[in-house]
Design a protein around this ligand. Structure first.
Ligand SMILES: Nc1ncnc2c1ncn2[C@@H]1O[C@H](COP(=O)(O)OP(=O)(O)OP(=O)(O)O)[C@@H](O)[C@H]1O
Ligand SMILES: [Mg+2]
Length: 454
């Protein structure tokens, strides 16, 4: 018996089997969409046949294909965290365009899962190389970026240039924000190892229990949760190049013993693995006096002598106040470029203020202050009013330094803050500031004098 054939039904099943498919006419009206398509874009039944596709899927580009006539084949398309390979083709009859169809590639549809996992693997790899590219090249800072007019610091730079050429370990000592990292990067750049890796490990930033495996790496199966194939430690990554152990003063004693072995014998023992000979130049930084720490039993004496072969002591900013003008200009230039502003410098009074502060956070603190001041102005000179925060800091520290916990001191601090805010608001106009504060102008003058608010 001859069976009747349901041509439409079969054609529909075929379209459904293709996966994500949509067909539109030249006016972008939806002719057909598969269940998978509707599911992907959260379109519920009954499907909006005859409506414009872009109303339902604003990101669609099939309409554009009809307008431009540019078809596309096997293009990646991402939606909702899923990656697909999509074809967008015109539907023609002779020379006439009737509409367009977008559909996932059959071949890629079958292996979508594999494709997705491959993409995610590649993305991870790219991220890894991107991270390591910046970490492993010595190009972040070089010695010419160290701005100074100070005699002592200039001598230190000259000495660094010589010391960098040797393979001795170098210890850089300086308060926070004095430029230790700048020196460390420069040492690598100036050395014969410049083309080799430059690896950084900040001993203070990593939890103690992870520090050892970060440093030495581990072999496959060394412990539960160990990565397949093991993991290379920073020392091994730096083989042939330079390893910067930042803030070495934070390294726990027990690990110091293991590090000593490496520095002494040029050999590492990978956790759960074999010994390996390595060739690494060590640079250390510390913001605490290691000699003091040795006396207090917080740092191993034998390690101290090993790493202190060459010592660079960077003087704090308060001991080289002459560096303030060139540093200020340097940061202004840098920020103008970054922010597209047109600051020409700092005025006399503002400079006097900058030069009257002790800068416990050194160059980093100065850089932050200038950056803050940029929030208030974007052309001309920076003036006193732009350094409101610094004025407050100086003024409040006078009370704090005297260990003054009285209610009067607290009231004074609050008054200082209010006065500085008012002055900022009125761009330094004292008459208007007094009005804002609702006090007499003479009282404002008195208070400013008493609080050294110039
Ligand atoms: N002489 C200098 N010339 C130009 N920029 C400097 C100078 N010294 C420090 N800087 C800048 O100041 C900031 C702090 O410097 P760096 O990070 O090297 O300090 P650090 O001594 O490592 O501080 P920490 O102990 O807090 O880590 C950086 O942005 C650095 O570029
Ligand atoms: Mg640092």
């Amino acid at each position: 018996m001859k069976q009747s054939i349901n041509f439409e039904g079969i054609a529909k099943e075929f379209l459904e089997s293709l996966g994500v498919v949509v067909i539109i006419d030249t006016e972008s009206r939806i002719i057909y969409m598969t269940e998978k398509y509707a599911e992907l874009f959260d379109i519920s039944k009954p499907y909006p046949i005859g409506r414009r596709l872009y109303e339902y899927v604003p990101s669609e580009s099939l309409s554009a294909v009809i307008h431009t006539g540019k078809e596309s084949v096997e293009e990646f398309f991402e939606h909702d965290g899923k990656t697909m390979v999509i074809n967008r083709l015109l539907i023609r009859k002779g020379d006439e365009v009737l509409g367009g169809a977008a559909f996932t590639s059959t071949s890629s549809r079958l292996s979508l899962k594999q494709l997705e996992s491959k993409m995610s693997f590649l993305n991870k790899q790219v991220q890894f190389y991107r991270d390591n590219y910046f970490e492993n090249t010595g190009t972040k800072f070089n010695i010419d970026q160290i701005i100074t007019q100070d005699h002592e610091l200039k001598n230190l730079i000259a000495f660094t240039k010589k010391a960098a050429k040797t393979r001795s370990a170098i210890l850089i000592y300086g308060e926070s924000g004095t430029g230790k990292e700048l020196f460390a990067h420069s040492i690598h750049n100036l050395s014969m190892r410049v083309k080799m890796p430059f690896v950084i490990l900040n001993c203070a930033a990593i939890p103690e229990n992870l520090l050892e495996s970060e440093l030495f790496g581990y072999a496959e199966g060394a412990f539960t949760g160990a990565l397949k194939g093991g993991k290379k430690g920073k020392i091994e990554q730096a083989d042939g190049g330079t390893l910067l152990l930042d803030e070495i003063n934070s390294m726990p004693l027990q690990l110091q013993a293991k590090l000593l072995r490496v520095v002494q014998e040029k050999e590492i023992q990978v956790i759960g693995g074999k010994n390996k000979v390595i060739d690494v130049r060590f640079v250390f930084t510390t913001n605490q006096d290691l000699a003091e720490m040795v006396k207090e039993g917080k740092f191993r004496e034998d390690l101290y002598y090993r790493i202190n072969v060459v010592e660079l002591r960077i003087p704090p900013l308060r001991q080289r106040m002459g560096d303030i003008p060139p540093l200020v200009n340097h940061f202004i230039e840098k920020l103008n470029e970054e922010l597209g502003s047109h600051i020409t410098g700092v005025d006399k009074k503002a400079l006097e203020l900058l030069e009257s502060y002790q800068w416990p956070g050194n160059v980093r603190e100065l850089e932050n202050m200038i950056e803050r001041a940029f929030n208030y102005t974007n052309s001309g000179e920076l003036s006193l009013e732009d350094f409101e925060r610094l004025r407050l800091k100086i003024s409040i520290s006078e009370n704090t330094l005297e260990n003054n916990f009285t209610l009067r001191a607290a009231r004074e601090d609050a008054e200082k803050l209010a006065i500085l805010r008012a002055l900022k608001q009125t761009k330094g106009n004292k008459k208007k500031a007094a009005d804002l504060l609702d006090i007499d102008r003479s009282i404002l003058y008195d208070k400013m004098k008493r609080f050294h608010l110039r």
